[in-house]
Design a protein around this ligand. Structure first.
Ligand SMILES: [Fe+2]
Ligand SMILES: [Fe+2]
Length: 317
């Protein structure tokens, strides 16, 4: 296995990509307090998550104040979910880096820097949760423990974990470029958090692809088939978390909204929030053109059909 990795590492294109990631990572290094927070707080007179992600604008019966509250609850959850997935992503990248430790030193450095970024992002999201929690009424609930989720995810095959990671880090970019950066009226600090996050993630995704393709090349057809089943199970697990979190967030919203809403309106809020979370954490990644190309190139037609059948209820919901 070592000889194969070394010969691949010596291919000029491949070595260049690791070198480029290391170079960019050093150039764009940032610190949470010095560069991002700068003693600022979140502006609760503005929305946090843009309508394109939160779908709050489709709930036309909400008052403007309540629409803003729902966007802020979803923004709080947005930071929580990234902190949650980054627990398993950082652990996985530590393992991937270790596998390069005695061969490709640039790959090792790139993956160590990647891991370090995700540890920093988790600190940032923990601090955001404390800052936002101080300003919002008690009762907001996070439905899953990040370490428990990571333990379960890391039990899946490396191919599946790398595929899920690549999907997440691609949708981070489309969320920022297509929605967050365009939200002129959003809380400035919330926007900045996800600008800094996006900068790091656009480097990570280069490494996800390299590692995923390497792993794919190592596996037998039978192992690849098992890995596809693992990926389907991981997406189902993500959907389970989204169902529980959207229910918890709707409950919190209904308790704290200024205007009283009917049971029927509450049910509509719940449906829209679940649809928004499925869009944010599953559909926007699955529909990312580059992810589609990668997944198609690493699966058979029958495997793609299995994946599509498993996704159908989520896409329809
Ligand atoms: Fe991150
Ligand atoms: Fe990342």
């Amino acid at each position: 296995m070592n000889a194969a990795i070394t010969s691949q590492d010596l291919a000029p294109g491949r070595a260049d990509r690791y070198a480029q990631v290391v170079r960019l990572s050093k150039k764009s290094e940032w610190q949470i307090d010095r560069d991002l927070l700068q003693d600022r707080g979140f502006d609760f007179s503005r929305k946090f998550l843009p309508d394109g992600l939160s779908r709050v604008e489709t709930l036309t019966f909400l008052t403007p104040d309540d629409a803003r509250l729902l966007s802020q609850i979803q923004g709080r959850t947005y930071a929580y979910i990234f902190g949650l997935v980054e627990r398993f992503i950082s652990a996985k990248m530590l393992d991937q880096g270790r596998a390069h430790a005695l061969d490709n030193q640039l790959a090792l450095e790139a993956l160590v820097r990647f891991t370090n970024d995700e540890i920093k992002h988790q600190e940032l999201f923990r601090r955001m949760e404390l800052m936002i929690g101080e300003q919002m009424t008690l009762g907001y609930r996070q439905v899953a423990n990040p370490s428990d989720v990571a333990r379960a995810v890391l039990g899946a095959s490396t191919w599946a974990v790398l595929a899920l990671t690549c999907h997440i880090e691609l949708f981070v970019q489309s969320h920022y470029v297509e929605s967050i950066v365009k939200g002129a009226d959003l809380c400035p600090l919330f926007k900045d958090v996800f600008m800094y996050h996006w900068k790091d993630e656009s480097q990570h995704v280069v490494l996800d692809e390299l590692e995923w393709k390497d792993e794919h090349a190592r596996l037998s057809p039978a192992d690849r088939d098992t890995a596809v089943n693992d990926l389907i199970a991981l997406v189902a697990a993500v959907d389970g978390i989204l169902q529980a979190q959207s229910a918890a967030d709707t409950q919190y919203f209904m308790r704290n909204a200024a205007h009283p809403y009917s049971e029927q309106e509450g049910a509509t809020v719940k449906d829209v929030v679940l649809g928004a979370y499925r869009w944010q954490y599953i559909i926007s990644g699955v529909r990312h053109p580059h992810f589609g190309r990668l997944l198609t190139s690493m699966t058979t037609a029958a495997q793609m059909e299995r994946i599509q059948a498993a996704l159908a209820p989520i896409l329809a919901g």
